[in-house]
Design a protein. Structure first.
Length: 341
């Protein structure tokens, strides 16, 4: 069974399919969450990061929350990720990234945290800057390598993709031909070393675990501002990304104009419209692909929840009772848990 969660405003939403029908439940959150992650080994375990109010933990799928334990030295938690492979003390290892940029690791389910200070020793650190708050920057995305548990990537907004081969103890700086304004990273469940980057300047990819990169923006113009990306679990060369012409048109539904774009087998990017809402008033979609069902993609934005069964070529809106207030909200922290229940 697939259970999906996202945050919007001051709530977390759970979506799941029961007897061929999708249902959604809204649950109040202790703060507006900017990121969400789920522990695949513990049913109901969620982590939610907030701006100024720290990281929170739930053990009942978001019905109740408690603050994370000590060790995260900044209250603005911009990203959170759970390792798909590394387990310590009965919990999957969890990572949290903050503003200003720091990375923290927990091996006990978020009760205690350790810093990874070497991230700030990178030569490019002096150039990191987030345009809306140019005096600072943050860890926008965390991607633990699903094939090599010692390796982890982080995306700095705005600074680029940084890599550690020793669980955050030491770091490699941004590589040429990757993107500076990193928004999302993802990897392929079956192909070691393949990593994908969606960024403010477009798309970049690596085939060798981030040692070398190439930017591939052919076909994106004028939608060069990418926010989320997902890759087909059955084909590492098929990917879908959410795109806008600029940040101004990406996030706020009141002025949003965004689309999905798709790339297959090395061809140029192409826009996708079939089954999706009109671009005007449509904020960027958060995206997930099913980890084991080839061709299945999920997308959610302010206007609804959409499914594709043909690797993102066509989409259908899932019939849910969609609250009116969600149409004015930006979607954050889309995550999924697949169980055998």
């Amino acid at each position: 069974m697939e259970v999906l969660y996202f945050s919007a405003g001051s709530s977390v939403y759970e979506m799941k399919k029961e007897e061929q029908e999708w249902i959604m439940e809204e649950r109040p959150a202790p703060a507006p969450f900017l990121c969400l992650a789920a522990d695949p080994g513990r049913k109901g375990r969620l982590y939610g990061g907030s701006f100024n109010e720290g990281l929170w933990i739930s053990d009942d799928s978001g019905k109740t929350w408690k603050p994370a334990g000590s060790g995260i030295s900044h209250n603005s938690v911009m990203s959170v990720a759970v390792s798909p492979t590394e387990v310590k003390n009965g919990y999957h290892v969890v990572w949290a990234g903050t503003e200003p940029s720091r990375l923290f690791r927990s091996e006990d389910g978020g009760e205690t945290w350790v810093d990874c200070p070497a991230l700030l020793d990178l030569p490019s650190k002096s150039s990191w800057s987030f345009p809306p708050r140019p005096y600072t920057h943050h860890v926008r995305w965390i991607e633990p390598d699903r094939h090599e548990e010692n390796r982890i990537f982080v995306g700095i907004e705005l600074g680029g993709v940084m890599k550690s081969e020793d669980k955050g103890m030491s770091w490699e700086d941004r590589k040429a031909n990757s993107q500076y304004d990193c928004h999302t990273l993802t990897m392929h469940p079956q192909v070691p070393g393949r990593i994908y980057e969606a960024a403010g300047g477009g798309y970049a990819e690596s085939f060798d675990a981030g040692n070398t990169w190439q930017t591939v923006n052919e076909g994106l113009e004028p939608y060069n501002y990418l926010v989320h990306i997902a890759v087909d679990s059955g084909n590492p060369d098929t990917m879908v990304a959410s795109a806008a012409r600029s940040p101004y048109e990406a996030y706020d539904p009141a002025r949003a104009s965004s689309i999905l774009v798709r790339r297959e087998d090395g061809a140029p990017w192409s826009p996708v419209y079939k089954g999706l809402p009109d671009t005007e008033g449509s904020s960027v979609f958060a995206l997930i692909s099913h980890p084991s069902q080839s061709g299945v993609f999920y997308a959610v934005n302010n206007l609804g929840f959409y499914l594709s069964y043909d690797a993102g070529q066509t989409w259908g809106k899932v019939p849910l009772e969609w609250p009116d207030h969600l149409t004015t909200k930006r979607i954050h922290g889309f995550t999924m848990v697949v169980s055998s229940d």
